[in-house]
Write a protein that binds this ligand. Structure first.
Ligand code: AKB
Length: 316
């Protein structure tokens, strides 16, 4: 039986992944953890919860040893805009934290899931239909940590046999826990503001195309990848996955099908615009489709319908 540790369990992806893991493997077999105590308003799994700082290798080893952990979903990380504001902290959490997880996984024979990102690409990467294997010269500290993380996970698999697997997540859209400090966060904020005031001021320009994915697909991708027969995996870490390629105008048009007087205007944040401009417009996810049958269930309009319905229930 798997015994699972989730780091970063109070964040946008971790909070929903933890619930899905409890449903699938039983709440007794999942330990959630984060840098802070869980609060009553945190929407995450009802299971054992630990405070865990991933920069403290002894703390990680103690939990893994005491709880007999066999699989770690390692989600604790800084996102792109926050990382750019504090590159030293980004290195410490995104790289030293991952290194600590991999070292403990090596010692205790755990499998490890780690998300990479579209941020692992840069301005010299082909921007349209970005291939699985291509140029990776990111210009952000976030991207540097993501490329280094992909390589480190490959290294731990090849050198020590640690069962490392990972995805290059695009922007993730969801209505339970807000993302924090990402460049793609506008694609979540826009739905909240559409419900609250039928108006949204976007920090990225019209025409800025980026890949996005709805949360249920992001969760399904992580669990499916961790369950597939390892003999099928040629890539293991850092699979391109995507649900859709959209810009702010396309999301606004999809929202207008439900809220006809919804208005979008623009107040550009140069830092996040610069980051977005350095990332691909659309990913080729054929390696994930071939190696472990990846297929998203949500396109833009299906996602919009569900986001607006769920946010209406939550906010009004
Ligand atoms: C971010 O915007 O930083 C993240 C990502 C695409 O990795 N959502």
């Amino acid at each position: 039986m798997k015994k699972i540790l989730v780091t970063g369990s109070l964040g946008q992806i971790g909070s929903e992944l933890a619930t899905a893991l409890c449903n699938r493997y039983g709440a007794n077999n999942v330990i959630i953890s984060d840098i802070r105590e869980k609060r009553s308003d945190d929407e995450t799994a009802e299971c054992k919860c630990a405070v865990l700082d991933v920069s403290n290798v002894k703390q990680i080893a103690r939990i893994v040893h005491e709880e007999k952990i066999t699989v770690i979903y390692h989600l604790a990380a800084l996102l792109s805009a926050t990382a750019e504001n504090n590159p030293q902290l980004a290195w410490d959490i995104n790289i030293n934290g991952l290194y600590n997880i991999l070292e403990v996984a090596r010692e205790y024979n755990c499998a490890v899931f780690t998300p990479s990102s579209i941020g692992a690409f840069g301005p010299t990467t082909p921007a349209e239909n970005t291939p699985q294997d291509t140029i990776q010269r990111p210009t952000t500290i976030y991207g540097v940590t993501k490329v280094a993380g992909e390589l480190l996970c490959d290294y731990y698999y090849k050198r020590f046999g640690v069962d490392t697997r990972g995805l290059r997540y695009p922007g993730i859209v969801s209505y339970k826990t807000l993302p924090g400090g990402g460049t793609t966060d506008y694609a979540v904020d826009i739905y909240y503001e559409a419900i609250k005031q039928k108006k949204y001021t976007c920090f990225l320009k019209a025409g800025t195309f980026l890949d996005m994915m709805y949360m249920p697909d992001a969760i399904k991708a992580a669990i499916d990848l961790m369950e597939v027969d390892p003999d099928r995996l040629a890539h293991r870490n850092a699979f391109n996955v995507t649900g859709m390629s959209v810009d702010p105008e396309k999301i606004a048009a999809s929202i207008r099908q439900h809220i006809p007087d919804f208005v979008i205007d623009y107040d550009i944040d140069p830092v996040r615009q610069g980051i977005a401009d350095s990332w691909p417009n659309s990913l080729d996810d054929s390696a994930a489709r071939e190696e472990w049958n990846w297929e998203p269930e949500y396109n833009l309009d299906r996602m919009t319908e569900e986001m607006l319905k769920c946010l209406k229930e939550k906010l009004l």
